[in-house]
Design a protein around this ligand. Structure first.
Ligand code: NAD
Length: 247
C-alpha cells in the first residue's frame, strides 16, 4: 500500500490532534495545521520526518495556499484533506452580535471552502483525492447556545458545511475526488470544556451508549472516508454520535 499524504486541520486539539496521531501511527505523511502553532508543537512529535507543522488561520486564502504548497514541497503529493479545525460560538440568538456571527461563518464556512479549494487543485492534477469536512449533530438538534453549547452562528455554519460538501462533491467527482463530511456528536474535547457536570449528566441521557465520544472515535471516521475502503462514497455525511440522534 502506498503511503498516504494528508493535510489535517485543527491538529492542535481534540479530534484533529487525535487524527494526526492516528495517521502518523499508520505511517502516513501528515501536514498538521492549526491556528495554535505553539500548542501544536508541544503536543506533536518534533522529530518525525512524516510530520510537517504549519500555524495559521484557515480563513486566510494565502495561508491555505501555503499549507498545500508546503505539503507538496515536503512530501511531493497530496492525497487527502481532513478538515476538523473550527471556531466555536455559544452566544444565544439574543446575545449574538454581527461580529461574532460573521467571524464564526468566516472560519467555519469560508475556511472550509478555502482549504478545500486549495487542496483540490493538486488533486485534480493527480486525478485522485479525498476531502473530508466536519459538520455537527447540532445541525439536526437545532441547539440554541448558552452554557458552552453551539448557538445560532455555530449551528448555521455547520449546516452550511453540509451544503458546501455537497457542492464540492458534485464539482470534483468527475475529477476523481471524493468529498464527504463527518458529523460528530458531543466529543470530549476543549470545545465542550465549559459544560457543567449537571449539564453533562443531562446530555448523556440522550446517548444510548451513555457517554460522549472520545476524539479518536470521531477521527477514525475521517480516516475511513479518505481511505480506498470508502472508494464509492461521496457527497455523504457520516454520523458518529453514540445514537444520540434518535428517540
Ligand atoms: N467536541 C464536540 O462535541 C463536537 C461536536 C460536533 C462537532 N465538532 C466539530 O469537530 C471539529 C473538531 O473540534 P474539537 O471538538 O476537536 O474542538 P477543539 O476546540 O478541541 O479543536 C478545534 C481546533 O480548531 C482550531 N482552529 C480554530 N480556529 C481556527 C482557525 N481560524 N484556523 C485554523 N485552526 C483553527 C483550534 O485552534 C483547535 O485546535 C470541529 O469542526 C467541531 O466543530 C465537535
Amino acid at each position: 500500500m502506498t503511503t498516504q499524504t494528508v493535510i489535517v486541520t485543527g491538529a492542535a486539539s481534540g479530534i484533529g490532534l487525535a487524527c494526526t496521531k492516528l495517521l502518523l501511527a499508520e505511517g502516513a505523511q501528515v501536514t498538521a495545521f492549526d491556528i495554535q502553532g505553539e500548542r501544536m508543537a508541544e503536543l506533536l512529535p518534533a522529530d518525525d520526518e512524516n510530520l510537517h507543522q504549519i500555524a495559521g488561520d484557515v480563513s486566510d486564502p494565502a495561508v491555505c495556499e501555503k499549507v498545500v504548497a508546503e505539503t507538496l514541497d515536503q512530501f511531493g503529493k497530496l492525497d487527502a484533506l481532513i478538515h476538523w479545525g473550527a471556531a466555536h460560538s455559544s452566544a444565544r440568538w439574543d446575545e449574538l452580535g454581527a461580529e461574532e456571527c460573521t467571524r464564526t461563518l468566516e472560519v467555519n464556512v469560508t475556511g472550509s471552502f478555502l482549504i478545500s479549494q486549495a487542496a483540490a487543485k493538486p488533486m485534480i492534477k493527480q486525478g485522485k483525492g479525498a476531502i473530508v469536512l466536519c459538520t455537527s449533530t447540532s445541525v439536526l438538534h437545532g441547539v440554541t447556545g448558552g452554557e458552552g453549547q453551539g448557538g445560532p452562528a455555530y449551528v448555521a455554519s455547520k449546516g452550511a458545511v453540509i451544503a458546501l460538501m455537497r457542492s464540492f462533491a458534485r464539482a470534483l467527482g468527475p475529477e476523481g475526488i471524493r468529498v464527504n463530511a463527518v458529523s460528530p456528536g458531543i466529543t470530549e474535547t476543549a470545545m465542550i470544556e465549559s459544560y457543567s457536570e449537571e449539564q453533562r449528566d443531562n446530555m448523556k441521557q440522550r446517548f444510548p451508549l451513555g457517554r460522549f465520544a472520545r476524539p479518536e472515535e470521531i477521527a477514525e471516521g475521517g480516516i475511513y472516508l479518505i481511505s480506498d475502503k470508502a472508494s464509492f462514497m461521496t457527497g455523504e455525511t457520516m454520523h458518529i454520535n453514540g445514537g444520540s440522534n434518535f428517540g
